[in-house]
Design a protein. Structure first.
Length: 170
């Protein structure tokens, strides 16, 4: 089933140059946009820049802002721990007919991108429910784009989501 779902999404790749560029954008560059949006959301949500003394407001809200980004980094540490115990081959190693749109090295399970962005989304969710859902949607888009790009299996993305969310819940 994992392979069938992978090929369902992977078949969207290599259809046209413009669609491949769009897939690459969401798999490689959109994550940077999401990180910037998360930082800006946390700053503007608390009106740090609009206050008379922005530094004082930032200091009052720094715990929340720092916890969001700190837990996100801890999620990456959780990925490294899981990867040590569970080795899963990349799609390129399993299927010779797969030509990924982006080059990736390392382990496949769990996806570091999926873990990182689900951890970010869940940490924002703890403070702001609606924004957390939006960032979860962003994490889903990034995960699907990485499947379409031929880098990860669906279980890699799902595993990354679970590791990222559980890490923060613990």
């Amino acid at each position: 089933m994992n392979n069938q779902i992978f090929f369902f999404f992977y078949n969207f790749a290599h259809q046209s140059a413009s669609s491949d560029k769009l897939i690459i954008f969401f798999a490689v560059y959109f994550p940077y946009v999401v990180i910037i949006l998360a930082g800006l959301f946390l700053l503007f949500h608390h009106e740090v820049f609009q206050a008379e003394n922005p530094f004082q407001v930032f200091l009052q809200k720094k715990k929340e802002i720092l916890l969001v980004f700190f837990f996100r980094m801890l999620g990456l540490c959780a990925v490294l721990c899981v990867e040590i115990f569970i080795f899963h081959s990349k799609t390129l190693d399993v299927f010779s007919q797969v030509h990924s749109l982006i080059s990736e090295t390392g382990y496949s399970f769990p996806s570091g991108h999926a873990t990182f962005f689900m951890a970010l989304a869940v940490s924002i969710f703890f403070y702001h429910k609606k924004a957390g859902y939006i960032f979860m949607f962003f994490a889903l888009i990034i995960g699907i784009a990485r499947i379409v790009a031929g880098v990860h299996f669906p279980t890699d993305i799902l595993g990354g989501f679970v590791v990222g969310a559980l890490w923060l819940c613990l």
